[in-house]
Write a new protein. Structure first.
Length: 369
């Protein structure tokens, strides 16, 4: 796509119109989120008009031609299309904070009330490993491993597949399946849903870190979009999530993308201290104080949690950092170095102490043998 020269993109001072095109995915309802934003008090400073784009290329063409002011899309669509966005004369100016990054288990029963050998279905390699870690006695499979009536296989479309899995659940072929909250709503599910929480409800209990870019909406504009306006349509936490996750994903081998669980969020110091005191977490308590032992109540912390789970679900490689917001960019560089070293050391075979010794397997086996 070539670059199109468009009129100056200052929002008209007379009518304050802001035309926003949106691009949805099956697991991220961008349009409804931007509609809610357009009805919020902050939008009184301009008059947003929110419309749906048929696809990414059409949305970028509208933007480049000056027929729209912004294009909002899931960060998962942005990934891999950065060159196309740049070639159109546009750039990502920030993001909005994830509202619903957690997946849900669709089933009559919660995770720990599932019968032994219950069949749970997920199209995510990460989620299947998380379930095996929490309940090794379950049978956790991909939708491609499910066969319906007369040998019918799962549809390729995400929403159609969610409806089909609902039918498999109703017929007793499976005991539950995992989808996003958006897919649950868009597919018209009627069975109960159980949110897979990122933090365990009890010490040592199960937790489910989301997939990368979960429910993260990025905002694209033509180059030169007013900074003051960008700060109104993006959110500080969303910008932090986008910056950190993009750099983490950029440092990973492609085959590890689907295995990574990650959560980045802003945390108030007061809530962190209460959580640390409840869980008797001395490391977290220490992270909430400066070197003089004083609590820095006025500075938001950035919490970064990452994990990769072995193919059998038995071993987890996890990193957890609490970073003062003013230092998060520099701290992310250190985090990436530490994570890379940790991953390299734990996934390599243990060298022989003597030439006659057999090679010991790595601490964590990332791929199916």
């Amino acid at each position: 796509m070539g670059t199109t020269t468009a009129p100056s993109h200052e929002v008209d001072a007379m009518d304050k119109r802001l035309i926003v095109w949106t691009l949805d995915s099956s697991d991220c309802n961008v349009h409804s989120e931007l509609l809610s934003f357009s009805e919020s008090p902050i939008s009184d400073r301009f008059q947003p008009s929110v419309q749906k784009a048929p696809d990414l290329e059409a949305g970028l063409l509208k933007l480049a031609a000056g027929d729209s002011d912004l294009l909002a899309m899931p960060a998962s669509i942005m990934r891999g299309n950065e060159a196309l966005i740049a070639e159109s004369g546009c750039s990502v100016i920030g993001a909005r904070s994830p509202r619903r990054p957690n997946l849900v288990l669709v089933s009559p029963n919660r995770l720990f009330y599932q019968p032994k050998s219950a069949i749970i279905v997920s199209d995510s390699n990460l989620v299947r490993r998380q379930f095996m870690r929490a309940r090794p006695d379950l049978t956790v499979i991909s939708p491609d491993d499910v066969t319906g009536a007369r040998g019918k296989k799962a549809p390729s479309d995400d929403i159609d597949r969610a409806r089909w899995l609902g039918q498999m659940l109703d017929s007793g072929i499976i005991d539950g399946f995992v989808i996003s909250r958006a897919e649950y709503e868009n597919s018209g599910q009627t069975e109960r849903r159980h949110t897979l929480m990122t933090s365990s409800q009890e010490r040592g209990g199960p937790h489910f870190l989301p997939k990368p870019y979960s429910d993260l909406i990025v905002i694209v504009a033509r180059r030169g979009f007013p900074k003051a306006m960008a700060e109104l349509v993006t959110e500080p936490e969303g910008n932090t999530v986008l910056w950190i996750q993009s750099r983490i994903l950029g440092s990973l081998d492609e085959d590890l993308f689907e295995l990574l669980g990650i959560q980045v969020r802003h945390r108030q110091v007061g809530s962190l201290i209460r959580e640390a005191e409840e869980e008797k977490d001395l490391v977290m308590l220490d992270a909430c104080h400066n070197p003089e032992g004083e609590v820095k109540e006025d500075e938001v912390r950035v919490e970064v949690r990452m994990e990769i789970i072995s193919a059998d679900g038995r071993r987890t490689l996890e990193l957890h950092r609490l970073i003062p917001r003013s230092e998060f960019q520099h701290a992310t560089i250190s985090l990436l170095r530490d994570w890379g070293q940790l991953l390299a050391e734990t996934s390599r075979e243990v060298p022989r102490d003597h030439p006659s010794d057999a090679l010991a397997p790595p601490f964590i086996q990332l791929h199916d043998s």
